[in-house]
Design a protein around this ligand. Structure first.
Ligand SMILES: CC(=O)SCCNC(=O)CCNC(=O)[C@H](O)C(C)(C)COP(=O)(O)OP(=O)(O)OC[C@H]1O[C@@H](n2cnc3c(N)ncnc32)[C@H](O)[C@@H]1OP(=O)(O)O
Length: 413
């Protein structure tokens, strides 16, 4: 590890934002972001929740924490720090600056009374040591729409689709998003200003494709879904072989969802549909005629940290009754360490300290991975990461923690 003078950590002052953001951009290659994006992040930065590490008047470290609310199993919306903008100047790397920022940040989040922290990681290896675990995953696919057919459910033909300029229908699209948020663990309620994320459309992101297009779905006069996407034309030995690139898609009901996917599959002069960051249990994969020609891939998305184990476990529900004592190890947030009794079912839960014998032993990281219901405690047990101390406790907890809807974090921040 390099030595030398340590950096001074302080809360970001608005007038220091340019230097702060400059360090962040440089840590991600130094290629400037398009003005549109820079201006958006400038307006969304919560200065009083952001930290800078300073070496004299040079910013050498950054970390922010948006004030989000995240959906947990059962549908409650729980305060969560959205950890963002983490960087350390390459000149100052590996001398503990990130560790000092994570230390300060988790202490702050605890003092703000937020039981959770969430992030998307540039490299998953960075955050496990601080107690974060990958709790939601995302599906990507490159679908050969020239070959693959979609079998849609009844009612799909009742859905009306129309093109609209994305900005003109933003309000209706945001209303759809707001309806979807409580249905899926891991999703974030929109804060004012964040709706602009959906309209971001810098020229540099297009890579030869069209500006963002939007198709809005409606049934019985009400907006029930939308898709935003780009189209890139192509030409191969067999003629036109263009690509549709999906940016986002939300639907309130299965017929709307199927109508939007059928539309994306069928755009003339295209033979490929590229999608990224989709829920792992999304319906289209069970409607296709040839799953292999969808070339699917799985990736981690939302990393979660239980900042307050008791409050976090109590905030969600459990799909089957659970009554277990966890022996929790938490070296980085020692206030969580020790024994906790969780009693809960589909209606609610309580979680409190106990001196009773432990049923399951694990660290806060395993609890975080299982927290949104997308990672099985039994699977973590099989991996040697959860120890069962009372026979049957692992199966009981695994069934209770599971979510019938896969957790999903649709976008980074
Ligand atoms: C939520 C987000 O914003 S994700 C974005 C994260 N940022 C980036 O990826 C930008 C490029 N990278 C960076 O800016 C820096 O390398 C950082 C922020 C990842 C790490 O900062 P540093 O100050 O060098 O980390 P620090 O010295 O505190 O390292 C702490 C420990 O983590 C390890 N570590 C740090 N970064 C990494 C990494 N990328 N991969 C694996 N291990 C890492 C260190 O080796 C060290 O381990 P040790 O305690 O066993 O010695």
């Amino acid at each position: 590890m390099a030595t030398g003078h340590t950096a001074e950590l302080r809360v970001l002052r608005p007038e220091d934002w340019d230097k702060w953001y400059g360090n962040l951009i440089r840590a991600f290659s130094g290629v400037p972001e398009p003005d549109e994006e820079r201006e958006l992040w400038d307006s969304l930065t919560e200065h009083d929740r952001s930290l800078g590490a300073w070496d004299g008047d040079e910013c050498v470290g950054t970390a922010g924490a948006f004030s989000f609310r995240v959906t947990v199993p059962g549908g409650a919306s729980v305060p969560a720090a959205g950890v963002t903008g983490v960087s350390v100047a390459a000149t100052h790397r590996r001398r503990g600056i990130l560790t000092s920022m994570m230390r300060r940040q988790l202490d702050d989040v605890r003092s703000w009374g937020e039981p959770l922290a969430v992030l998307t990681a540039s490299e998953p290896e960075i955050y496990g040591r601080f107690g974060y675990g990958a709790a939601s995953f995302q599906l990507g696919a490159e679908i050969d729409t020239g070959r693959v057919r979609l079998a849609v459910p009844p009612g799909t033909d009742d859905v009306r689709l129309r093109y609209a300029a994305p900005a003109d229908v933003l309000e209706a699209c945001e209303a759809v998003y707001a309806h979807v948020v409580p249905r899926r663990p891991g999703m974030l309620a929109r804060r004012p200003g964040w709706e602009r994320l959906g309209l971001l459309d810098p020229e540099s992101a297009r890579e030869g494709a069209s500006p963002l297009q939007c198709v809005v779905a409606s049934r019985d006069g009400g907006t029930t879904g939308f898709a935003r996407f780009r189209v890139r034309l192509g030409w191969g030995p067999a003629g036109h072989d263009g690509t549709v690139i999906l940016k986002d898609l939300y639907a309130l009901d299965p017929a709307t969802e199927a109508a939007l996917w059928r539309f994306l599959f069928g755009i003339d002069l295209t033979t490929t549909l590229v999608v990224n960051g989709r829920p792992v249990d999304e319906a289209w994969q069970y409607q296709v005629s040839d799953i292999r020609r969808c070339r699917m891939r799985l990736r981690d998305q939302g990393h979660v940290r239980l900042v307050d184990v008791g409050a976090a476990l109590q905030a969600r529900t459990y799909q089957a009754p659970v009554d277990v004592v966890f022996e929790v190890e938490d070296a980085f947030c020692p206030w969580n360490a020790g024994r906790w009794r969780l009693s809960g079912d589909a209606k609610g839960a309580s979680c409190a300290r106990t001196s009773d014998a432990a049923d399951l032993a694990l660290s806060a990281r395993e609890l975080a991975e299982a927290y949104l219901g997308g990672v099985s405690l039994a699977a973590l047990g099989a991996a040697g990461r959860v120890r069962e101390l009372r026979q049957g406790a692992l199966a009981e907890a695994s069934v209770g923690f599971a979510s019938t809807v896969a957790p999903w974090l649709p976008h980074g921040f």
